[in-house]
Write a protein that binds this ligand. Structure first.
Ligand code: ACO
Length: 329
């Protein structure tokens, strides 16, 4: 065990497509109001990809930025992991498209499906391989183009989702820094609380599935809300306890950007002051896999990440999946 090295994030990047869909735009599309959306979710805008843009197209600028900030050439990468549930194609993995576009000629590549928890899952899957020396340089991307699987006639979901990407370079870091501890969970019993029923092996694409709008995200908002508040608190407390820390030690917390009421509720229960939370959902909505790394990138660009800080990532989402990681920056 004493040969394990510490693993940390040495570069971050983020990107969202330029097109913006405002609450006022949505008022013209479904029966809703700017006031309802803001008070129930905290969201004002979301960025939306155009018809020609796929998930790899929004992931690439984020990936390039993370590599540049880490001072790493693409051909030095050993592995590219893409956390997404909206890949360019089901076959092959979007990570391979990104590997090729970057010129990461030596890298392995695969996609990971854990919905909104995907970025946290991915860093935890990859970090041990760096710790043991199997890989040295990894690129972990979280990105989703949710607008492509959102039903813009369903007001209970279309006001929440947007498109976005974030990326992080993972490398060995000095002892005591980087990833300290994590807590990851899943409960497949909640599958139908948040899922896309059609288009795959359970219900292959047919005229009927298209007519039934089964290729879009279906969500039981209330049930997911209740699960989310509990999952967020549990994951943060468990991950902190495994790191030998408490909520009072947290300098910055980057939560999944789903709903401001979920975050406010958790902030109160955990006793972590509001100014320690990174929030950008008012501008991007819920970008699923992109949510945490895009918010992390915002925190970086705002100068909110300082060496030695205790930083927590926490997510919940489809699966159901949830989890948290504690890092010393
Ligand atoms: N505009 C106006 N009214 C609406 C809208 C809307 N956009 N959406 C729903 N309503 C109505 C409902 O129809 C309902 O009306 P009714 O009482 O006449 O039936 C009323 O508002 C209240 O609906 P609720 O669902 O109880 O509203 P709630 O306060 O729970 O907010 C919301 C709904 C925002 C969806 C909330 O439940 C939520 O955020 N849930 C969690 C969602 C989430 O985090 N999902 C992401 C998980 S991550 C992932 O993997 C994508």
């Amino acid at each position: 065990m004493d040969t394990l090295v510490s693993v940390g994030i040495t570069g971050v990047g983020g990107y969202a497509p330029p097109g913006v869909l405002t609450n006022h735009d949505l008022e013209q599309m479904v029966e809703t109001s700017d006031e309802w959306i803001r008070t129930r979710s905290g969201i004002s805008n979301r960025h939306i990809a155009d018809a020609a843009t796929a998930t790899s197209d929004i992931a690439l600028p984020a990936a390039r930025q993370a590599l540049e900030r880490a001072g790493l050439a693409p051909d030095a990468l050993d592995i590219v992991v893409m956390a997404t549930f909206t890949p360019d194609y089901l076959l092959p993995a979007t990570a391979c498209t990104i590997q090729h576009a970057l010129g990461a000629t030596r890298a392995a590549a695969f996609d990971l499906a854990a919905a909104c928890s995907g970025f946290i899952y991915a860093i935890n899957v990859i970090a041990p391989s760096i710790a043991t020396g199997q890989f040295r340089n990894a690129l972990v991307i979280g990105a989703d183009t949710l607008s492509k699987v959102t039903d813009y006639t369903d007001r209970s979901t279309c006001v929440l989702f947007g498109d976005g990407a974030g990326a992080a370079v993972l490398q060995p870091v000095p002892a005591g820094r980087g990833l300290l501890a994590s807590y990851l969970r899943a409960d497949g019993g909640g599958c139908e609380m948040l899922y896309i029923p059609g288009g795959m092996t359970r219900k292959p694409a047919s005229h009927e599935t298209v007519d039934a709008r089964d290729h879009y995200v279906k969500m039981s908002g209330n049930e997911v809300f209740r699960f989310a508040v509990r999952a967020l608190e549990e994951a943060v407390l468990e991950a902190l306890s495994r790191a030998g820390l408490t909520a009072a030690d947290v300098d910055l917390i980057v939560p999944h950007q789903a709903n401001i009421r979920i975050i406010d509720g958790a902030a109160k229960r955990l006793g972590i002051p509001e100014d320690r939370w990174v929030i950008n959902l008012h501008e991007y909505g819920n970008t699923s896999g992109g949510s945490i790394p895009l918010a992390l990138n915002d925190a970086y660009e705002q100068g909110r990440l300082h060496e030695g800080d205790v930083v927590v990532f926490v997510a919940f989402g489809g699966g159901l999946t949830w989890g948290a990681s504690v890092l010393r920056w």
